[in-house]
Design a protein around this ligand. Structure first.
Ligand code: AMP
Ligand code: GLY
Length: 419
């Protein structure tokens, strides 16, 4: 299939705006839809929620969609890919069985073990006394993870034994809902974190540029964990040797084991890496594009995205090469007051005009009565590039300062780690 593709992107965050922005530039595109989208994707929005799989299948059949691209993890874990495939529709993403790499932390750890992938020492528990005994044997700091999906909030890094023991009760007594019935406890790893996203077609993988996320809410990596407060790419700590090691020792064994199980992985395999003194170790898998990783990755991608996604759905990824801009890209997230805890919504926002080299990606926004309003926790992702990290940071922050968004909070130190 050549030109005139009708594409549907599923989701409503900054990641989906970045994907839509990139796909909209494709010469192969005939028409784009985003379900449900946000104010940044208003030209393309359809009012169907990302988890309404039946509604999305029906829409894709009626609109003769050629390719559907899924942003968030929830519809993937609910089996959106299986449902589309059963209806004879082409879709980019992992099946429900393969999405378990993110949907269950204990499953992910079992795959890592089977593939001999370097990761933190771990055990899984359903009994709190046994969990506490293991914590005492590990000592502090240690890390506790609710087994299931918990919207990025199911992880507690306990600095001391008392906090760790208390957290066992919190998680097991339902603090994370059904995600917390099983508890993974693991060794604390020290180092810098890097996100590596790879396109996969079931057999082979093609890495994107490396990204460093800033997960904590406050400057200096303090405060609560969030979905991500900002990103930059590339981190200077990364190298092509490191990338070759990660592909050989972490990515390829994962794809091999998934294939052997009869659940080959297709879509984006996102590795959350810790670069330790003993080499790169895998913290977690995600089975989708990262948010806000995708904002900087799309900003740096020179190649057309559409043929790459298409090749993944046909097992032809080995034929694809990606071209990247040399420029460094930075994304600064502006969040609503209170995020990641309870936050205000409906705050009026005014945006400045921006020039070509920067993009304001929308996340939690909507338009009501002609007015742009906040409608989520992470609201905007101001993404700019430059010849140096310093220049990219200056451009991004100069736009942030021109945005009228009362009581917004953002980190001023995005990318400082890389300077
Ligand atoms: P995850 O959802 O597994 O990525 O965990 C969220 C965050 O918790 C990670 O981005 C790390 O900052 C931290 N984390 C998770 N596992 C570990 C670990 N074993 N050692 C140190 N930090 C961790
Ligand atoms: N930024 C981390 C994630 O997308 O999970």
């Amino acid at each position: 299939m050549g030109y005139s593709k009708r594409v549907l992107i599923v989701g409503n965050g900054g990641r989906e705006h970045a994907l839509a922005w990139k796909v909209a530039q494709s010469p192969e595109l005939e028409r784009l839809f985003v379900a449900p989208g946000n104010a940044g994707t208003i030209l393309w929005n359809v009012a169907i929620s990302a988890n309404d799989i039946g509604g999305l299948v029906e829409f894709a059949l009626n609109e003769r969609i050629d390719l559907t691209v899924v942003g968030p993890e929830d519809p993937l874990s609910l089996g959106i890919v299986d449902a589309f495939q059963e209806a004879g529709l082409r879709i980019f993403g992992p099946t429900q069985a393969a999405a378990m790499l993110e949907g269950s932390k204990s499953f992910a750890k079992t795959i890592m073990e089977g593939a001999k992938i370097p990761t933190a020492e771990w055990q899984v528990f359903e009994d709190s006394d046994q969990a506490k005994n293991y914590i005492k044997s590990l000592g502090a700091p240690c890390v506790l993870k609710a087994d299931g999906l918990a919207a990025g909030k199911g992880v507690i890094v306990a600095q001391d034994l008392e906090t760790a023991l208390q957290a066992v009760d919190e998680i097991m007594e339902g603090g994370f809902g059904s995600a917390g019935k099983k508890l993974v406890i693991e060794e604390f790893l020290e180092g810098q974190e890097v996100s590596l996203l790879c396109f996969c077609d079931g057999v082979s993988a093609l890495p994107m540029v490396p990204v460093q996320d800033h997960k904590r809410a406050l400057e200096g990596d303090l405060g609560l964990n969030t979905g991500g407060m900002g990103t930059y790419s590339p981190p200077p700590i990364w190298s092509s040797e490191l990338e070759a090691d990660v592909l050989r020792d972490l990515v390829e064994p994962t794809l091999r084991v998934m294939q052997e199980r009869g659940t080959p992985f297709s879509g984006v395999l996102f590795l959350g890496l810790m670069l330790t003194q003993k080499g790169p170790k895998l913290l977690e898998y995600n089975v989708r594009f990262g948010d806000p990783e995708t904002q900087v990755v799309m900003k740096r991608l020179k190649s057309d995205l559409l043929p790459v996604l298409w090749a993944c759905t046909e097992g032809r990824l080995a034929e694809v090469e990606l071209d990247w801009k040399e420029e460094v890209a930075v994304c600064v997230v502006m969040a609503a007051q209170g995020y990641p805890l309870t936050y205000s919504k409906g705050v009026p926002i005014r945006l400045p005009e921006v020039r070509d080299e920067a993009v304001i990606f929308h996340a939690g926004t909507q338009i009501s009565g002609g007015q742009l309003l906040s409608s989520g926790g992470r609201v905007l992702g101001i993404t700019a590039d430059g010849k140096t990290l310093q220049e990219a940071r200056e451009k991004a922050y100069s736009i942030v300062e021109q945005i009228e968004f009362p009581k917004a909070h953002y980190r001023r130190d995005i990318g400082v780690k890389g300077l």
